[in-house]
Design a protein. Structure first.
Length: 117
């Protein structure tokens, strides 16, 4: 599976971001997609995940009020939307794939989100 994240850029505080993660290749081997982010000097942080078949989601508690995750299985694409952006949301956002019994271990190239006025 190959993954590519899209949609980063400059966002004003209080605004929203909408990111896409497009999967290609052996997509049948992918059980689910997770979104992670990493700010400079900080550890990678889990944001949210979704399973392709069931659509069941998991959102990290820190983001439950601000994040939605969805997928379009026909387009092999997972979407992440985050509202109420703050400067501390600035980070590289990446998506990763997991198999049914494995960790998120197939990573796509991330997309940079900068929250600034």
């Amino acid at each position: 599976v190959q993954l590519q994240a899209f949609g980063g850029g400059l966002v004003q505080p209080g605004g929203s971001l909408s990111l896409s993660c497009a999967a290609s290749g052996r997509t049948s081997s992918s059980y689910g997609i997770g979104w992670f982010r990493q700010a400079p000097g900080k550890d990678r942080e889990f944001v949210a995940a979704i399973n392709w078949n069931s659509g069941s989601t998991m959102i990290a508690s820190a983001f439950k009020e601000r994040v939605t995750i969805s997928r379009d299985s026909a387009k092999n694409t997972v979407y992440l939307r985050m509202n109420g952006l703050r400067t501390e949301d600035s980070a590289v956002y990446s998506c990763a794939s997991r198999t049914i019994d494995g960790p998120f271990n197939l990573w796509g190239q991330g997309t940079l989100v900068t929250v600034s006025s």
